[in-house]
Design a protein around this ligand. Structure first.
Ligand code: P6P
Length: 327
């Protein structure tokens, strides 16, 4: 909004949120508080991640999540911390997490919002000190206030998100989110314990020369993807793939580029999850002028049918995404 654009780089997240809310006279502050709750959880996870090498919470803990993936201890810590922060914040009536099969009812049935999240994506990178991230997606509930949330609150479709974003635990820790009026980035200042506005009104470059894909699966990709990858090589594009979605996505958002996770023989529907990976990042990329496709249409237009469904994803600079589908 014009108000947000007027704010100088360097203001705190709290100031920015209050300023944004002032643009909506009827806003009653619950979404603002929810964004603060997410930022708080991000600060707590950031602290845990930075200590991972020092205390015994790195590495796998011998259990599997609902996806059948080995759970890293920090996965569990992040899941617990986010659920606790959202429960204590009071604005969220239910949560869908990658780590849990079913929705988690917070007990705040008066809460207007539900959150779908991947509390710590790319967690297999923790032990090798590669960037990891939290991804979140926020909907206004459709079930009656004061009653229990239900699956309907989570299967509204990508275009019903009221906000979405991610926290990147990288060389610095950043919160990047949108409430539907553009995308802004906040860098965590450890000395203040605050997220500070550092990237105002992030715009996805229409063109780019970075492609992010796991070329080890090349021979199981659809022909149009193989063709596109071939074109990237002919054009001497740069291959950048760190195996951590939020890190790859964020770099491509700032510099221009495309991230591809196509369907494969192993994952015929793709690997990434629609509700708490593809939808929120598609919301962000569209808000910044980029594009997100499943190879047939916009990710945000996919009609969801189940909590943990997967989707192929081609996301980033609009001209690069358009080129894939035409490849
Ligand atoms: P692959 C991490 O497990 C993740 O979900 C994303 O963060 C990452 O981009 C992708 O999977 C990596 O998958 O099959 O290339 O190892």
């Amino acid at each position: 909004t014009a108000q947000e654009l007027a704010l100088p780089v360097g203001v705190t997240l709290d100031r920015f949120i209050m300023h944004s809310q002032s643009a909506f006279p009827y806003a009653t502050g619950e979404l603002s508080q929810l964004l603060r709750d997410i930022a708080l959880a991000g600060k707590i996870i950031n602290r845990e991640i930075n200590r991972a090498g020092l205390v015994d919470i790195a590495g796998g803990n011998g259990t599997e999540n609902v996806q059948g993936e080995n759970q890293q201890k920090l996965d569990i810590v992040a899941n617990i911390r986010f659920i606790r922060a959202l429960k204590n914040g009071g604005e969220v009536c239910a949560i869908l997490s990658e780590e849990d099969e079913d929705i988690i009812h917070t007990g705040n049935n008066h809460g207007k919002y539900v959150v779908a999240m991947d509390p710590l994506d790319g967690s297999s990178n923790i032990d090798v000190n590669v960037s990891i991230g939290t991804i979140f997606s926020i909907y206004r509930r459709v079930t009656p206030i004061n009653g229990p949330a239900s699956i309907d609150d989570f299967l509204q479709g990508g275009r019903k998100q009221v906000a979405a974003g991610y926290i990147l635990y990288g060389s610095s820790t950043m919160l990047v989110y949108s409430t539907g009026d553009g995308v802004n980035g906040f860098t965590f200042d450890h000395s203040l314990g605050e997220f500070i506005l550092s990237h105002k009104n992030i715009c996805s470059p229409a063109k780019g020369s970075i492609y992010s894909v796991n070329e080890g699966h090349f021979h199981s990709y659809p022909a149009f993807v193989q063709n596109y990858i071939g074109q990237c090589k002919v054009k001497n594009f740069s291959a950048r793939y760190i195996g951590s979605l939020v890190g790859d996505f964020h770099r491509n958002l700032l510099k221009g580029g495309i991230y591809l996770y196509p369907s494969t023989k192993k994952d015929p529907k793709g690997k990434l999850r629609l509700l708490y990976e593809c939808y929120p990042l598609a919301f962000i990329i569209e808000q910044s002028g980029g594009k997100a496709s499943d190879g047939f249409g916009c990710i945000l237009d996919i009609i969801p049918t189940s909590f943990h469904q997967r989707s192929p994803v081609y996301i980033g600079s609009i001209e690069m995404v358009d080129a894939v589908v035409k490849a």
